[in-house]
Design a protein around this ligand. Structure first.
Ligand SMILES: Nc1nc2c(ncn2[C@@H]2O[C@H](COP(=O)(O)OP(=O)(O)OP(=O)(O)O)[C@@H](O)[C@H]2O)c(=O)[nH]1
Ligand SMILES: [Mg+2]
Length: 293
């Protein structure tokens, strides 16, 4: 049988469940997931290899209107993913208005590659409502293969996977069979910490925060980490740390527990908070944080 391989790029508005779906399709927690929009900031590949196929999924940030350089870079990941896809996996959910982002819908409609459109979160509506949505989307993208799913409940994921395999072009594998992702361990550690920050702080604090790993020492029975959390203002530093350091301590404990389970060893996590007034607009800082497009 001919070997199939290709890039399946996941695109959609913020918070529709792109990352939840990619993790499910890959079978690993690669992308962090929170209830807040703009959780994902970079393009994260998840690779699935079988005997005769290799699927390279890309999770991307939610489509946005950029207001600062970080967001421009987030948008650039999406634009790049629109260009280098073998299959576009557009994700919407049962709640968002179909015309929320008309410009992108028009771009996707003009795509030269197969489009698979997953309507996510069908656990929240009735079967009739789901059927209506399928019809609506079929009208918008007559050429698309539409698959209603629930990433949270893992409904109908097999159908989505079958559709991806079916549309995958003939090609030799791009990566070794055991490759899982394009991202480094340091990146995933920083993401786990950032996830806890997104979950435990409100308003602008998560969006003003960036996590950088300063020191990463992995020995046989201990992972030792020194981490700096950057914020934009002193007031945010105070919120992040909290009264008597309670707030940051909670983030540290939760991140450490997850890392200990992941690495199967003790983790020493040393967290610092620093103010960097314009990190979101500083090219050098963004580069050093891995935003390298
Ligand atoms: N009810 C329900 N909730 C879901 C489902 N899939 C994802 N969610 C929730 O939707 C929220 C957003 O999920 P994410 O996977 O982070 O969404 P995203 O599209 O990657 O978001 P950004 O990275 O911010 O663009 C989280 O609270 C998820 O638990 C689903 O099938 N049903
Ligand atoms: Mg995401």
């Amino acid at each position: 049988m001919e070997h199939k391989a290709g890039f399946v790029n996941i695109i959609g508005n913020p918070n529709v469940g792109k990352s939840t779906l990619m993790n499910l399709l890959v079978g690993e927690k690669l992308s962090i997931i929170t209830s807040k929009a703009q959780t994902t900031r970079q393009r994260i590949q998840g690779i699935v290899s079988g005997e005769n196929f290799q699927i390279i999924y890309s999770d991307t940030p939610g489509i946005l209107n950029p207001h600062y350089k970080l967001q421009e870079k987030m948008l650039a990941y999406i634009d790049r993913a629109m260009e280098d896809a073998d299959i576009l996996l557009y994700i919407t959910d049962v709640k968002e208005k179909y015309d929320k982002n008309k410009a992108y819908l028009d771009r996707i409609a003009r795509a030269k590659v197969p489009i698979i459109l997953a309507i996510n979160k069908i656990d929240l509506v009735s079967e009739e409502e789901t059927e209506k949505l399928v019809e609506l989307w079929q009208g918008i993208f007559p050429q698309a293969h539409i698959v209603p799913v629930s990433a949270l409940k893992a409904y109908n994921i097999d159908a989505l996977y079958e559709q991806v395999l079916e549309q995958l072009p003939g090609h030799p594998p791009y990566y070794p069979e055991d490759a899982l992702t394009n991202k480094t361990e340091r990146f995933f550690v920083a993401e786990i910490i950032r996830e806890k920050i997104f979950i435990h702080y409100e308003k602008e604090v998560p969006y003003s925060t960036e996590v950088q790993i300063e020191e990463f020492k992995d020995s046989e029975d201990l992972l030792s980490l020194r981490v700096t959390i950057y914020v934009l203002r002193r007031s945010q530093k105070a919120i992040l740390i909290g009264a008597r350091g309670e707030a940051i301590k909670k983030v540290g404990v939760l991140a450490r527990q997850e890392l200990e389970a992941l690495y199967g060893k003790k983790v020493f996590l040393d967290l610092y908070v620093k103010v960097h007034r314009e990190w979101r607009d500083k090219e050098g800082f963004l580069k050093s944080s891995g935003y390298n497009n």
